[in-house]
Each structure stands twice: as C-alpha cells, then as structure tokens.
Design a protein around this ligand. Structure first.
Ligand code: ATP
Ligand code: MG
Length: 420
C-alpha cells in the first residue's frame, strides 16, 4: 500500500465528540469513521486490523472443530416467542422493524434461537452430535450509552459460537475446549497477560456460573476481584460469601480491579433446544434432550481494547499479530536515486509477502515520522541519502523506540519471523 494512494488521511485534531481514547486515536489515524454514537465504519487500514483479529479467532475456533456459518440479521418474531424472549420486558435492547405487510422482525442482537432452528433441520440422531457452530457477524443492540468508542457499539462485530452435546460430560468437555481456545485467542492478540477468566452470573437458565474473559483496564466498566495466584477472578455482580465459598475463593486474597469484558462462555443447559423442540435419538432409539453452550467474543470491542491498551502519547502501537502492516517505509527526499532505492525495498518486501506500507508522499520528515507513530505500524524503516551510501536501513521498533541498522537480508529475516 502506497500512502499517496490511500484515501484516508491522518488528523492532528482530537475529535471533539469522542471521549474514549480508542475512538479518538482510531479516528485520528484514519482507521474508523464515526457514523453516529456507537456506530462506526472501517476504512481500509481499520478493516485490515479487524480482519486480522477475525482470522485469529477463526483459526482457533476451527482448531477445536468449529464450523463457520453466517446467520441472518433479520429474524422472525415467531421464533423468539417460542423461547419467550420477544417481549421488550424480557430483552430490552432490541432494534425491531416491520415488513410492508405488518409482520414484525427483530434485528439480530444474538442468535441462539436462529442457530437452534437452523440445526434442527440436520440434527436427529446421536450420530449427528456433538457440534460446534460459530459465526463472525454484525450484531445490533440499542445500548443505552455508547460513549466508549469500539468498546460499546450499537452495531458491532461479535464471534458467537454454540455447542450441542449429548451428555453433560460431553458438554463439559466442549466447554473447556472452548475456554482453552479463548486463552489462545487472547494470547495471540497480545492480551494474554492482562486477560483473566472471571466467574460471573450464569443467567436465568442455570444455577451455574458463566465465565467472562476480562481484560484488566482502568477504563473498564466492570469491577472484578482477582485472585492473582489462581489467575481467576469473580465479577462484583455475583460477589457474596455464598459464591466465594462455592468457588473456593478467599476474600482476603482478592484484589479489586476494573476490567473490560472481551468474551464470555455460558452453560445454556437444554433451555433453547427443548423450547424449539430439537432432540436426538440415542443408540436405543430413545428421545433425549440436547445440552447447549454458547461462547461470545467481542471482535470489534477487542480492536478498541488493543488500540487503547497499547497506545502511547504518540499514537497507536499495534501488536504484530493484528497490525495492518508489519513495516512502514519512510522515504526521505525525492532524489531519483532515493526514490529508486525505496521502490526497490518496497518491491522486495512485497515479494516476501511481508505486509508493508510505503510512505511515498512528498512530505516533511517530521510529518512522516509523526504519521508512522500515529498509525502504530510495528517497524519503521528509513530510506534516504544515507541509505544509498551505507546500504543499511535504519529500523525503529514502534513499541520500544529501539533503533538498529540492518542489511536487507536481516530486515527481511526480522519481519518474516514476526509474521510466522
Ligand atoms: P456487556 O456486559 O459488555 O454488555 P454482554 O454480556 O451483553 O456484554 P454478550 O451478549 O455475551 O455480552 O456478547 C458477547 C461479547 O460481545 C461480550 O463479551 C463483549 O465482548 C461483546 N459485546 C457485547 N456487547 C457489545 C457492544 N455493545 N459493543 C461491542 N462489543 C460488545
Ligand atoms: Mg456481560
């Protein structure tokens, strides 16, 4: 990608209608565009980051046998009446709409009912189970407050997965597999150290706890109490002597922290499958209930969390696993030889399939460096007159500010190792 061709531009002005740091930075760097509160569009660079996050999530869900689908955003009222969730008193953040003939529709805010309905066409026998099905899709929620940028959207991207199991034992196995996959996702996103499995309310269908994955952050809306030795936490919402006892946690060992919920996993028991009349026949031909789990990850929220967590006073600092490119080439000067050298490097990196942005604009060095920092590209390489003389490239690491001089081969080696 040549910066001169990219239609987005960076901005020095902090958007006055944004208080959230993630939104301020992402807008200033040209990654997202605010359509209205809680509703954002993604530009080419922003879309690349989002796709990189999705891909990591996808790979980890596929690794545990997840099968990807894409459900619809429009959902029929009748389906939700079967589980008694259509009523605004039951679910209060729906966007609802109507067909020309007056039939009411819901705009997808979650997909338990439609998924079970879809699977009911295919699941009859014990041979059809277990299954993991997931999608990565836009969800719509009429959130009361949407002032946290990508952290709380009225339109946002979620990965939601559902498991269907034959026995409780099989369900537990699937559930722990999903939890393990979640740890790998946060690890790969660079949030492993700051994301804690947290016991939370299980919802109305089960006496059990659910698990939330909470990323520690001073701006987090959630309050959790962390047992740093056990590396687990309990959400304030369920904090009681009884819960602590059930969970084997000692009040004196817990540290209060703010955190952002970046994912959660729920035991749904047989509530949805029973309500929608989906059963399986066991080996003896006897009809049995299907045990369900559901597993969410806030994909676009994670983009906001990563943006905010790694940022410094000069802008974004993407981890290499999600960065829109690994390296940005800053061309200093417009001399024919310098241009040639920069184009050569650009070509050589592209040939190696290394994600590269080439700042080929005729701008001042200060402006180019400022933009490279703001954009948060992990490595910055300078090509200028000095490069012609010495044949080594000055490379700066965005996260540490460390500067080194590398030959083309060493540079490629460095960037390739980051890629793998
Ligand atoms: P929250 O407690 O933050 O309102 P939730 O418990 O309602 O979220 P789920 O419905 O379980 O969340 O959604 C799964 C995941 O989707 C959450 O863990 C979170 O990461 C993300 N998510 C939920 N609501 C939003 C939102 N409005 N904007 C962005 N991401 C969201
Ligand atoms: Mg929650």
């Amino acid at each position: 990608m040549k910066l001169s061709l990219l239609f987005t531009k960076t901005s020095k002005t902090v958007p006055s209608d944004e208080t959230a740091r993630n939104a301020q930075l992402l807008i200033q760097a040209g990654y997202i565009h605010k359509e209205m509160a809680g509703v954002y569009a993604y530009t080419p660079l922003g879309l690349q980051v989002l796709e990189n996050i999705k891909q990591i999530v996808r790979e980890e869900m596929n690794a545990i046998g997840g099968q990807e689908v894409m459900m619809t955003a429009l959902q029929p009222r009748e389906l939700w009446e079967k589980t008694d969730r259509w009523d605004d008193k039951k679910v209060d953040n729906w966007f609802k709409t109507k067909l020309a003939n007056g039939s009411e529709l819901g705009v997808g805010l979650t997909h338990e009912e439609p998924i079970v309905d879809l699977l009911s066409n295919y699941v009859n026998s014990y041979k059809d189970l277990p299954i993991f099905v997931y999608q990565i899709q836009t969800k719509f929620r009429n959130e009361l407050r949407a002032k946290s940028g990508l952290l709380r959207g009225r339109e946002f991207i979620m990965k939601d997965m559902y498991s269907l199991a034959r026995t409780q034992e099989e369900h537990e196995d699937l559930y722990e597999k999903a939890v393990a996959a979640y740890y790998r996702v946060y690890e790969r996103l660079g949030l492993g150290d700051v994301t804690v499995r947290t016991y939370a309310d299980g919802g109305i269908f089960t006496p059990r706890f659910s698990d939330e994955f909470q990323t520690l952050s001073t701006i987090g809306e959630d309050t959790i109490f962390v047992d740093e030795e056990k590396k687990v936490a309990i959400n304030q919402e369920i904090m009681s002597d009884e819960s602590l006892q059930k969970l084997g946690l000692n009040k004196d060992k817990l540290v209060e922290k703010h955190a952002i919920e970046v994912g959660n996993t729920f035991h749904l028991e047989t509530k949805y499958t029973d309500a929608l009349d989906v059963y399986y026949d066991d080996e003896k031909g006897q009809r049995q209930s299907i045990i369900m789990g559901c597993y969410g990850i806030g994909v676009s929220r994670l983009m906001g969390v990563i943006a905010e967590h790694f940022a410094d006073e000069n802008g974004l600092v993407w981890p290499t696993s999600v960065a829109p490119a690994q390296v940005i080439i800053c061309r200093m000067g417009t001399e024919v030889e310098v241009v040639k050298k920069a184009e050569e490097l650009y070509g050589a990196l592209q040939e190696q399939k290394i994600g590269v942005i080439y700042d080929d604009r005729d701008a001042r060095p200060g402006e180019k460096f400022g933009d490279a920092d703001l954009l948060g590209i992990p490595y910055r390489v300078i090509v200028g007159k000095k490069t012609l003389e010495t044949s080594v490239y000055e490379v700066k690491v965005r996260s540490s500010g460390e500067i080194s001089e590398l030959s083309l081969d060493s540079l490629i080696q460095l960037l390739r190792s980051e890629n793998s």
